[in-house]
Design a protein around this ligand. Structure first.
Ligand code: BT5
Length: 321
């Protein structure tokens, strides 16, 4: 793959015709090899114009989340250093989990164009139409106790929040515990899965589903009224590789804050951004409903609700305002 990347880099940097001779000389491969790599790039969806006597010109790159395309937009040093790309998967979280068990390092990402069994929390489904959105799982190996894991969801939501502000230029909202909304509709959800020892986390998989170019008629009937995407909000398409790169940079920035300053800092950034304190909420958890005024987020990420003068701590659930 490295050679293909090299050929692609030459075509891209030149932004004009590059001769096969030139590439063969500078890369140090035969002209036949250059020709083979060009064919391979075409099979991957790149449109390459060929002109006798002048060589090859990159006319168009496909809308695919190929690792080498995402990497062009990443400046993070740990997250996204290794990207595993699949056209089709059951769930990026499931593969990332297996890879983590086999010792993959922190920062490894799994990205898929579509998921057959994309997972939400509590056995729910994540709709994953092909080639439109981002389905990504990031492997983290923080040295923390299991009780400090929950706020890692907030890192993801905050990173998505910033990415939306920068690219879509609208102000999203954060909904406890794991949603990012635009104009009241869900644009992103995060699913954490983890493996722990008795008092130490072995690894955490941060699964992020972010709707980017999905249109209304590509959305499942079941979520049509409550889901949105960058496209639906801005009425234009976004370069998914750039969205993914910016998101990884933002995620690394928050992960650094988390590692240096701990859950307190992350919870309070999330709490301020979500503007949750003093709001009247109803939270459903395992079929039970809790109502009250939010006192904010506890340092372990739980929601504090005040009702009838007593504070209740709610670990997980679904909020309605
Ligand atoms: C979540 O669960 O929001 C976590 C979603 C995490 C998905 C990512 S994709 C990459 C990685 N690999 C996986 O297999 N999963 C992760 P929850 O809070 O339970 O919300 C699920 C609910 O969101 C569903 O019941 C639907 O109502 C709604 N939903 C499903 N697909 C959606 C979509 N594409 N956009 C917006 N809402 C959706």
């Amino acid at each position: 793959m490295d050679r293909i990347r090299e050929v692609l880099t030459y075509l891209r940097d030149k932004n004009d015709y590059v001769s096969g001779d030139y590439m063969s000389g500078t890369i140090g491969i035969s002209r036949t090899a250059v020709w083979k790599y060009i064919n391979h790039l075409e099979r991957l969806g790149y449109r390459i114009e060929k002109l006798k006597g002048k060589g090859y010109r990159l006319a168009e790159a496909p809308d695919k989340l190929y690792p080498w395309e995402v990497e062009r937009h990443v400046t993070a040093t740990v997250l996204g250093k290794k990207i595993i790309y699949k056209d089709n998967l059951d769930s990026t979280n499931a593969l990332a989990f297996r890879l983590a068990l086999s010792g993959e390092p922190e920062g490894t990402c799994v990205i898929a164009e579509t998921q057959k069994s994309g997972k939400g929390r509590l056995g729910r489904k994540w709709f994953s139409p092909a080639g439109k959105n981002l389905y990504m799982s990031v492997l983290l190996r923080p040295r923390i106790p299991p009780s400090a894991v929950y706020p890692i969801t907030f890192l993801s939501s905050l990173a998505v929040y910033d990415t939306i502000e920068t690219l879509v230029r609208v102000q999203p909202t954060l909904k406890w515990p794991n949603d990012v909304l635009i104009a009241g509709k869900k644009v992103c959800g995060t699913l954490l899965e983890l493996s722990t020892e008795a008092d130490m986390v072995r690894f955490v998989i941060v699964g992020i589903g972010l709707n980017i170019n999905m249109k209304e008629d590509e959305t499942e009937e079941e979520i049509r009224q409550k889901a949105t995407s960058f496209f639906m909000e801005a009425r234009k398409s976004f370069e998914r590789t750039a969205v993914c790169g910016i998101l990884l940079d933002n995620l690394e920035r928050y992960y650094r804050i988390f590692r240096e300053k701990g859950t307190d800092e992350i919870c309070s950034i999330w709490e301020r951004r979500a503007n949750i304190k003093g709001k009247y909420l109803e939270i459903t958890q395992m079929g039970e409903s809790y109502r009250g005024i939010s006192e904010g987020i506890d340092r372990d990420g739980a929601m504090l609700l005040v009702a009838d003068g007593t504070v209740q701590k709610i670990i997980a659930g679904d909020v309605s305002f």
